[in-house]
Design a binder for this molecule. Structure first.
Ligand SMILES: [Zn+2]
Length: 168
């Protein structure tokens, strides 16, 4: 597996001086380190995860947002057991974003598996913009709160989300 920190560090849970200084300078985030260590632990017992590339990760409150190549995310989403394994290790608080995602893809990744019916930019008179999306109502118990979706979009991509619902 490829991770933003050295594989030795990810295995042992101790940062080398090089990674330590990258953390201090902000080239690595606490999320990078936590996600690298947790995924590496899973990779030791799982050949599929061992082939993954973790491009980076961000910690937002209790949640970890992981950035991986879209091919790795497709594998995770098509394999329920693999998804469960990862969610268990991360206590369910995990998100997957495709590496290099455009704003639109980023929002689709964030809301997955919820379908987005429309996405429009709204320019405010003060020059700020809002990104308005229309989605169907997600009735599942485990759905993320609107507040959390907005917070992640804001912190990671500086997107101000406005969410509207259509009734099925
Ligand atoms: Zn290192």
């Amino acid at each position: 597996m490829k991770t933003p920190i050295c594989s030795f560090d990810a295995k042992t849970g101790i940062l080398c001086t090089k990674c330590e200084s990258k953390l201090k300078s902000g080239h690595l985030t606490p999320g990078d380190i936590e996600a690298s260590m947790k995924l590496t632990k899973l990779a030791e017992e799982n050949n599929t995860i061992d082939k993954f590339t973790l491009n980076g990760a961000y910690k937002i409150d209790q949640d970890l947002v992981m950035v991986l190549p879209s091919s790795d995310i497709s594998i995770i989403r098509s394999d329920e057991n693999l998804m469960k394994k990862i969610q268990k290790e991360f206590n369910n608080h995990v998100w997957f974003i495709e590496n290099g995602a455009t704003e639109k893809r980023f929002i689709e990744n964030l809301l997955y598996p919820t379908k987005i019916y429309s996405l429009n930019l709204i320019w405010l008179p003060d020059g700020n913009k809002l990104t308005k999306i229309v989605i169907s109502e997600n009735k599942s118990k485990n759905k993320p709160s609107e507040e959390k979706l907005k917070k992640i979009a804001h912190k990671l991509k500086d997107i101000e989300l406005l969410i509207d619902y259509i009734k099925k």
